[in-house]
Design a protein around this ligand. Structure first.
Ligand SMILES: Cc1cc2nc3c(=O)[nH]c(=O)nc-3n(C[C@H](O)[C@H](O)[C@H](O)COP(=O)(O)OP(=O)(O)OC[C@H]3O[C@@H](n4cnc5c(N)ncnc54)[C@H](O)[C@@H]3O)c2cc1C
Length: 295
Protein backbone atom coordinates (compact mmCIF):
# COMPACT_ATOMS: atom_id res chain seq x y z
CA UNK A 1 0.00 0.00 0.00
CA UNK A 2 1.25 3.51 -0.88
CA UNK A 3 2.14 5.77 2.08
CA UNK A 4 0.84 9.34 2.23
CA UNK A 5 4.41 10.62 1.79
CA UNK A 6 4.85 8.56 -1.33
CA UNK A 7 1.84 10.31 -2.86
CA UNK A 8 3.92 13.50 -2.79
CA UNK A 9 0.94 15.73 -2.05
CA UNK A 10 3.01 18.59 -0.68
CA UNK A 11 2.42 21.78 -2.64
CA UNK A 12 5.15 22.48 -5.18
CA UNK A 13 5.34 26.10 -4.11
CA UNK A 14 4.10 28.13 -1.16
CA UNK A 15 1.33 30.12 -2.81
CA UNK A 16 0.70 32.05 0.41
CA UNK A 17 4.34 33.08 0.88
CA UNK A 18 3.86 36.68 -0.28
CA UNK A 19 0.53 37.10 1.54
CA UNK A 20 1.72 35.94 4.96
CA UNK A 21 3.78 39.02 5.95
CA UNK A 22 0.73 41.27 5.45
CA UNK A 23 -1.79 39.55 7.70
CA UNK A 24 -1.05 37.88 11.04
CA UNK A 25 -4.06 35.61 11.17
CA UNK A 26 -5.92 35.43 14.49
CA UNK A 27 -7.23 37.49 17.37
CA UNK A 28 -3.83 38.43 18.74
CA UNK A 29 -2.66 39.75 15.38
CA UNK A 30 -5.90 41.73 15.04
CA UNK A 31 -5.47 43.45 18.40
CA UNK A 32 -1.81 44.23 17.72
CA UNK A 33 -2.77 45.80 14.42
CA UNK A 34 -5.49 47.88 16.07
CA UNK A 35 -3.04 49.12 18.70
CA UNK A 36 -0.47 50.08 16.06
CA UNK A 37 -3.07 51.95 14.10
CA UNK A 38 -4.40 53.81 17.15
CA UNK A 39 -0.87 54.95 17.99
CA UNK A 40 0.52 55.77 14.59
CA UNK A 41 -2.24 55.99 11.94
CA UNK A 42 -5.41 57.37 13.47
CA UNK A 43 -4.14 60.93 14.01
CA UNK A 44 -3.43 61.22 10.25
CA UNK A 45 -6.45 59.27 9.03
CA UNK A 46 -8.71 61.81 7.32
CA UNK A 47 -6.16 63.02 4.78
CA UNK A 48 -3.69 60.15 5.09
CA UNK A 49 -6.27 57.48 4.19
CA UNK A 50 -6.04 58.58 0.55
CA UNK A 51 -2.29 58.01 0.19
CA UNK A 52 -1.55 54.41 -0.80
CA UNK A 53 2.19 54.68 -0.11
CA UNK A 54 1.64 55.79 3.51
CA UNK A 55 0.79 53.68 6.57
CA UNK A 56 -2.24 55.71 7.67
CA UNK A 57 -5.04 53.16 7.20
CA UNK A 58 -5.74 50.43 9.73
CA UNK A 59 -5.54 47.33 7.48
CA UNK A 60 -8.00 45.74 9.85
CA UNK A 61 -10.29 44.55 7.04
CA UNK A 62 -9.25 40.86 6.93
CA UNK A 63 -9.50 40.69 10.73
CA UNK A 64 -12.98 42.22 10.66
CA UNK A 65 -14.00 40.02 7.76
CA UNK A 66 -13.16 36.82 9.59
CA UNK A 67 -14.42 37.91 13.00
CA UNK A 68 -10.97 38.10 14.59
CA UNK A 69 -12.01 41.45 16.02
CA UNK A 70 -15.43 43.06 16.17
CA UNK A 71 -16.47 46.44 14.74
CA UNK A 72 -17.57 47.38 18.27
CA UNK A 73 -14.09 46.77 19.67
CA UNK A 74 -12.57 48.86 16.89
CA UNK A 75 -15.15 51.66 17.30
CA UNK A 76 -14.64 51.94 21.07
CA UNK A 77 -10.84 51.77 20.81
CA UNK A 78 -10.96 54.71 18.36
CA UNK A 79 -13.51 56.84 20.21
CA UNK A 80 -11.70 56.30 23.54
CA UNK A 81 -8.93 58.48 22.04
CA UNK A 82 -11.19 61.56 22.16
CA UNK A 83 -12.89 63.15 19.18
CA UNK A 84 -12.00 65.16 16.09
CA UNK A 85 -12.09 64.81 12.31
CA UNK A 86 -9.76 61.81 12.08
CA UNK A 87 -11.67 59.70 14.60
CA UNK A 88 -15.02 60.75 13.11
CA UNK A 89 -13.92 59.84 9.64
CA UNK A 90 -12.55 56.49 10.72
CA UNK A 91 -15.82 55.64 12.48
CA UNK A 92 -17.78 56.66 9.38
CA UNK A 93 -15.84 54.07 7.38
CA UNK A 94 -16.86 51.42 9.88
CA UNK A 95 -20.36 52.70 9.19
CA UNK A 96 -19.95 51.96 5.46
CA UNK A 97 -19.28 48.38 6.40
CA UNK A 98 -22.50 48.21 8.38
CA UNK A 99 -24.39 49.87 5.52
CA UNK A 100 -23.07 47.24 3.11
CA UNK A 101 -24.33 44.50 5.41
CA UNK A 102 -27.73 46.13 5.57
CA UNK A 103 -27.79 46.24 1.74
CA UNK A 104 -26.83 42.58 1.53
CA UNK A 105 -29.48 41.61 4.07
CA UNK A 106 -32.18 43.28 1.98
CA UNK A 107 -30.65 42.22 -1.37
CA UNK A 108 -29.17 38.73 -1.00
CA UNK A 109 -28.12 38.68 -4.67
CA UNK A 110 -26.11 41.91 -4.35
CA UNK A 111 -23.05 40.24 -5.96
CA UNK A 112 -24.83 39.55 -9.23
CA UNK A 113 -27.93 41.72 -9.67
CA UNK A 114 -27.86 45.47 -10.42
CA UNK A 115 -29.60 47.38 -7.65
CA UNK A 116 -30.69 49.89 -10.29
CA UNK A 117 -32.60 47.92 -12.89
CA UNK A 118 -31.90 50.37 -15.71
CA UNK A 119 -28.34 48.96 -15.78
CA UNK A 120 -29.66 45.55 -16.88
CA UNK A 121 -29.47 46.61 -20.52
CA UNK A 122 -26.05 48.27 -20.32
CA UNK A 123 -23.90 47.55 -23.43
CA UNK A 124 -20.85 46.10 -21.71
CA UNK A 125 -17.84 45.24 -23.83
CA UNK A 126 -16.87 41.56 -23.98
CA UNK A 127 -13.14 42.23 -24.36
CA UNK A 128 -11.70 39.36 -22.35
CA UNK A 129 -8.11 40.11 -23.40
CA UNK A 130 -8.49 43.48 -21.68
CA UNK A 131 -9.87 41.72 -18.61
CA UNK A 132 -6.79 39.47 -18.45
CA UNK A 133 -4.47 42.47 -18.81
CA UNK A 134 -6.31 44.19 -15.94
CA UNK A 135 -6.15 41.10 -13.74
CA UNK A 136 -2.41 40.67 -14.33
CA UNK A 137 -1.51 44.33 -13.89
CA UNK A 138 -0.43 44.58 -17.53
CA UNK A 139 -2.62 47.41 -18.82
CA UNK A 140 0.25 49.82 -19.44
CA UNK A 141 -1.37 52.34 -17.07
CA UNK A 142 0.99 52.42 -14.07
CA UNK A 143 -1.42 53.35 -11.28
CA UNK A 144 -3.83 50.60 -12.34
CA UNK A 145 -1.06 48.04 -12.75
CA UNK A 146 0.46 48.92 -9.36
CA UNK A 147 -2.91 48.28 -7.68
CA UNK A 148 -3.58 45.00 -9.45
CA UNK A 149 -0.06 43.77 -8.64
CA UNK A 150 -0.39 44.83 -4.98
CA UNK A 151 -3.55 42.74 -4.88
CA UNK A 152 -1.93 39.68 -6.46
CA UNK A 153 1.24 39.87 -4.37
CA UNK A 154 -0.21 40.76 -0.97
CA UNK A 155 -3.95 39.96 -1.05
CA UNK A 156 -4.67 43.58 -0.15
CA UNK A 157 -5.28 46.75 -2.15
CA UNK A 158 -5.52 50.24 -0.74
CA UNK A 159 -9.05 51.71 -0.89
CA UNK A 160 -8.09 54.66 -3.09
CA UNK A 161 -6.57 52.25 -5.59
CA UNK A 162 -9.59 49.91 -5.42
CA UNK A 163 -11.64 52.85 -6.65
CA UNK A 164 -9.12 53.70 -9.39
CA UNK A 165 -8.76 50.13 -10.69
CA UNK A 166 -12.53 49.58 -10.41
CA UNK A 167 -13.34 52.74 -12.34
CA UNK A 168 -10.77 51.78 -15.00
CA UNK A 169 -12.30 48.32 -15.48
CA UNK A 170 -15.87 49.52 -15.66
CA UNK A 171 -15.59 52.90 -17.32
CA UNK A 172 -12.43 52.90 -19.41
CA UNK A 173 -12.55 49.23 -20.44
CA UNK A 174 -16.37 49.15 -20.30
CA UNK A 175 -16.25 45.70 -18.71
CA UNK A 176 -19.13 44.48 -16.54
CA UNK A 177 -18.54 45.27 -12.85
CA UNK A 178 -19.27 41.61 -12.02
CA UNK A 179 -15.91 40.63 -13.57
CA UNK A 180 -14.22 42.90 -11.04
CA UNK A 181 -16.35 41.67 -8.16
CA UNK A 182 -15.41 38.08 -8.95
CA UNK A 183 -11.69 38.79 -9.31
CA UNK A 184 -11.56 40.70 -6.02
CA UNK A 185 -13.57 37.94 -4.38
CA UNK A 186 -10.97 35.40 -5.48
CA UNK A 187 -7.88 37.42 -4.60
CA UNK A 188 -8.55 39.76 -1.63
CA UNK A 189 -7.71 38.48 1.85
CA UNK A 190 -10.58 40.66 3.11
CA UNK A 191 -13.02 39.50 0.38
CA UNK A 192 -16.34 40.21 1.97
CA UNK A 193 -19.77 39.33 0.55
CA UNK A 194 -21.27 42.65 1.64
CA UNK A 195 -18.50 45.23 1.23
CA UNK A 196 -17.16 43.80 -2.02
CA UNK A 197 -20.50 43.62 -3.83
CA UNK A 198 -21.77 46.94 -2.49
CA UNK A 199 -18.50 48.69 -3.40
CA UNK A 200 -18.44 47.32 -6.94
CA UNK A 201 -22.03 48.43 -7.47
CA UNK A 202 -21.08 51.81 -6.03
CA UNK A 203 -18.17 52.24 -8.46
CA UNK A 204 -20.32 51.12 -11.40
CA UNK A 205 -23.03 53.61 -10.49
CA UNK A 206 -25.74 50.95 -10.27
CA UNK A 207 -25.75 50.61 -6.48
CA UNK A 208 -27.47 52.37 -3.63
CA UNK A 209 -26.12 55.87 -3.07
CA UNK A 210 -23.75 55.14 -5.97
CA UNK A 211 -21.07 57.31 -7.52
CA UNK A 212 -22.67 59.24 -10.41
CA UNK A 213 -21.89 57.86 -13.87
CA UNK A 214 -19.82 60.91 -14.84
CA UNK A 215 -17.40 60.29 -11.97
CA UNK A 216 -14.62 58.63 -13.92
CA UNK A 217 -11.27 58.48 -12.18
CA UNK A 218 -8.35 59.55 -14.33
CA UNK A 219 -5.57 57.15 -13.28
CA UNK A 220 -2.87 59.66 -14.25
CA UNK A 221 -4.14 62.63 -12.24
CA UNK A 222 -5.19 60.34 -9.38
CA UNK A 223 -1.60 59.11 -9.20
CA UNK A 224 -0.18 62.64 -9.30
CA UNK A 225 -2.51 63.71 -6.51
CA UNK A 226 -2.40 60.73 -4.16
CA UNK A 227 1.04 59.24 -4.89
CA UNK A 228 2.91 62.50 -5.55
CA UNK A 229 6.39 61.01 -5.10
CA UNK A 230 5.53 57.93 -7.17
CA UNK A 231 6.55 55.66 -4.27
CA UNK A 232 3.53 53.36 -4.59
CA UNK A 233 3.94 52.90 -8.34
CA UNK A 234 7.69 52.32 -8.03
CA UNK A 235 7.08 49.65 -5.35
CA UNK A 236 4.82 47.55 -7.59
CA UNK A 237 5.96 48.54 -11.07
CA UNK A 238 9.73 48.51 -10.54
CA UNK A 239 10.46 48.41 -14.26
CA UNK A 240 9.48 52.10 -14.35
CA UNK A 241 11.35 53.11 -11.21
CA UNK A 242 14.06 55.14 -12.97
CA UNK A 243 11.51 57.40 -14.68
CA UNK A 244 11.17 60.90 -13.19
CA UNK A 245 7.94 61.66 -11.29
CA UNK A 246 6.69 63.73 -14.20
CA UNK A 247 6.24 60.59 -16.35
CA UNK A 248 5.86 57.80 -13.81
CA UNK A 249 2.05 57.77 -14.22
CA UNK A 250 2.06 58.36 -18.00
CA UNK A 251 5.21 56.85 -19.52
CA UNK A 252 3.68 56.95 -23.02
CA UNK A 253 4.10 60.75 -22.94
CA UNK A 254 7.79 60.66 -22.00
CA UNK A 255 10.37 61.74 -24.61
CA UNK A 256 12.23 58.86 -26.26
CA UNK A 257 15.66 59.77 -24.82
CA UNK A 258 14.26 59.90 -21.30
CA UNK A 259 12.69 56.45 -21.72
CA UNK A 260 16.01 55.13 -22.99
CA UNK A 261 17.92 56.57 -20.02
CA UNK A 262 15.41 54.93 -17.66
CA UNK A 263 15.75 51.58 -19.49
CA UNK A 264 12.10 51.61 -20.43
CA UNK A 265 11.05 50.30 -23.82
CA UNK A 266 7.29 50.55 -24.16
CA UNK A 267 5.82 47.36 -25.56
CA UNK A 268 8.95 45.44 -24.45
CA UNK A 269 9.92 46.14 -20.82
CA UNK A 270 6.50 47.61 -19.95
CA UNK A 271 3.24 47.46 -21.98
CA UNK A 272 1.91 50.29 -24.08
CA UNK A 273 -1.46 51.42 -22.67
CA UNK A 274 -4.22 49.05 -23.81
CA UNK A 275 -6.66 51.94 -24.08
CA UNK A 276 -6.65 55.66 -24.77
CA UNK A 277 -7.76 57.19 -21.48
CA UNK A 278 -9.41 60.27 -22.97
CA UNK A 279 -11.25 58.48 -25.80
CA UNK A 280 -12.45 55.66 -23.53
CA UNK A 281 -13.72 58.23 -21.04
CA UNK A 282 -15.81 59.86 -23.79
CA UNK A 283 -17.13 56.44 -24.85
CA UNK A 284 -18.17 55.66 -21.27
CA UNK A 285 -19.80 59.04 -20.78
CA UNK A 286 -21.87 58.56 -23.93
CA UNK A 287 -22.96 55.05 -22.90
CA UNK A 288 -23.88 56.05 -19.34
CA UNK A 289 -25.65 59.19 -20.55
CA UNK A 290 -27.78 57.19 -22.98
CA UNK A 291 -28.71 54.88 -20.12
CA UNK A 292 -29.69 57.73 -17.81
CA UNK A 293 -31.90 59.16 -20.59
CA UNK A 294 -33.51 55.78 -21.08
CA UNK A 295 -32.22 55.44 -24.68
C1 LIG B 1 -14.17 47.95 -5.58
C2 LIG B 1 -14.04 47.82 -4.07
C3 LIG B 1 -14.10 46.58 -3.48
C4 LIG B 1 -14.00 46.45 -2.08
N1 LIG B 1 -14.05 45.20 -1.52
C5 LIG B 1 -13.97 45.06 -0.18
C6 LIG B 1 -14.00 43.78 0.43
O1 LIG B 1 -14.14 42.75 -0.23
N2 LIG B 1 -13.88 43.71 1.80
C7 LIG B 1 -13.75 44.83 2.57
O2 LIG B 1 -13.64 44.70 3.80
N3 LIG B 1 -13.76 46.05 2.01
C8 LIG B 1 -13.85 46.21 0.68
N4 LIG B 1 -13.81 47.47 0.12
C9 LIG B 1 -13.83 48.65 1.01
C10 LIG B 1 -12.45 49.21 1.41
O3 LIG B 1 -11.63 49.34 0.28
C11 LIG B 1 -11.73 48.31 2.42
O4 LIG B 1 -12.58 48.01 3.50
C12 LIG B 1 -10.48 49.01 2.97
O5 LIG B 1 -9.60 49.35 1.92
C13 LIG B 1 -9.78 48.09 3.96
O6 LIG B 1 -8.61 48.68 4.39
P1 LIG B 1 -8.44 49.15 5.90
O7 LIG B 1 -8.83 48.05 6.83
O8 LIG B 1 -7.08 49.70 6.03
O9 LIG B 1 -9.53 50.30 5.98
P2 LIG B 1 -9.67 51.56 6.95
O10 LIG B 1 -9.65 52.78 6.11
O11 LIG B 1 -8.70 51.50 8.07
O12 LIG B 1 -11.16 51.42 7.51
C14 LIG B 1 -11.48 50.64 8.68
C15 LIG B 1 -12.49 49.58 8.35
O13 LIG B 1 -13.71 50.18 7.89
C16 LIG B 1 -14.31 49.35 6.88
N5 LIG B 1 -14.34 50.10 5.61
C17 LIG B 1 -13.50 51.08 5.21
N6 LIG B 1 -13.88 51.57 4.01
C18 LIG B 1 -14.99 50.87 3.66
C19 LIG B 1 -15.86 50.91 2.52
N7 LIG B 1 -15.69 51.79 1.52
N8 LIG B 1 -16.89 50.04 2.47
C20 LIG B 1 -17.10 49.15 3.49
N9 LIG B 1 -16.32 49.08 4.59
C21 LIG B 1 -15.28 49.92 4.67
C22 LIG B 1 -13.42 48.12 6.72
O14 LIG B 1 -13.95 47.08 7.52
C23 LIG B 1 -12.07 48.62 7.25
O15 LIG B 1 -11.26 47.59 7.75
C24 LIG B 1 -13.89 47.61 -1.28
C25 LIG B 1 -13.83 48.87 -1.89
C26 LIG B 1 -13.90 48.97 -3.28
C27 LIG B 1 -13.85 50.34 -3.90
Amino acid sequence: MLSVDALDLKPKFNWDETLAPHWTIGEEGAHRRLENFIHSGLAHYKEGRNLPAKPFVSRLSPHLRFGEISPNQVWYAATSQGDGKDIDHFCSELGWREFSYSLLYHNPDLATVNLQKKFDGFPWSGDLAALTAWQKGDTGVPMVDAGMRELWQTGFMHNRVRMITGSFLIKNLLLDWRHGERWFWDTLVDADPASNSASWQWVAGCGADAAPYFRIFNPVTQGQKFDPDGDYVRRYVPELSALPNKYIFNPWEAPADLLREANVELGVTYPKPIINIKASRERALAAFKALSQGA
